[in-house]
Design a protein. Structure first.
Length: 229
């Protein structure tokens, strides 16, 4: 049975990804934070919940090591944890950038680093970072300084990993949604055209596709899931 790590399994995208990979026969190890124990939506023996502080490098490394010892391989990892804040350059202090750095970069890097090392060792694996349009296209980052800057680091990390992984059956993938159709976003933007947004289930389907044999020849992908937004 193939294994996939999904960070932020209780989030809107994390839930959709978890359900998709369970449906496709994977063993899913989903992370959540203390206080979020118990996930009735995933009542299956192919889901394992792990309570992990992803901002802690040592804790994250021990989590990945535990998964390797138990399941021997990690076939895929989908890293969905992150945070958002508004703020122009004039409004954004260094501490604001550091807070977003912890949420958007450290939570990804602390898991991705040991996972990537294991994938290189086993010569197989698909790693997915959750990017953002403001981190990829500068014009969309206006008024979101800290968020845009920290999400842009995932672009470069994806490139660096793929450079190191040349010659191996390992790819780092950057999934870049526009606006995800979530209850929170609908509440924040009640007059928007929700049909133009990217649905979590569609993003999950795309991520799974990149793990299939049909996509095995694809390298260094930036996957823009914009729908019509």
């Amino acid at each position: 049975m193939k294994t996939v790590i999904v960070t932020g399994a209780l989030g809107n995208l994390g839930k959709a990804v978890t359900k998709k990979f369970i449906a496709e026969g994977y063993m899913v190890i989903g992370t959540s934070i203390p206080g979020e124990e118990g996930i009735p939506d995933f009542s299956t023996d192919r889901f394992e919940q792990a309570i992990v502080d992803l901002m802690n490098e040592d804790t994250s490394a021990r989590f990945v090591d535990t998964i390797i010892k138990k399941y021997k391989t990690i076939d895929a990892a989908v890293l969905t944890v992150g945070g958002f804040t508004m703020g122009t350059i004039a409004d954004t202090a260094t501490k604001d950038i550091l807070n977003q750095y912890k949420l958007n970069f450290e939570t990804a890097y602390n898991v991705a680093r040991p996972v990537f090392a294991q994938m290189m060792k086993q010569n197989n694996g698909r790693l997915f970072f959750t990017g953002a349009r403001p981190g990829l296209e500068t014009q969309y980052g206006a008024g979101m300084t800290a968020y845009s800057l920290t999400k842009s680091l995932l672009v470069r990390l994806t490139e660096l990993m793929n450079f190191e992984a040349k010659g191996h059956n390992v790819t780092a993938n950057l999934v870049v949604p526009s606006i995800i159709d979530t209850p929170q976003n609908r509440k924040a933007m009640p007059k928007a055209d929700f049909s133009s947004w990217a649905k979590p289930e569609d993003i999950a389907n795309i991520i799974y596709y990149y793990c299939t044999e049909a996509a095995s020849a694809i390298r260094e992908p930036i996957i823009k899931v914009y729908n019509n937004a």
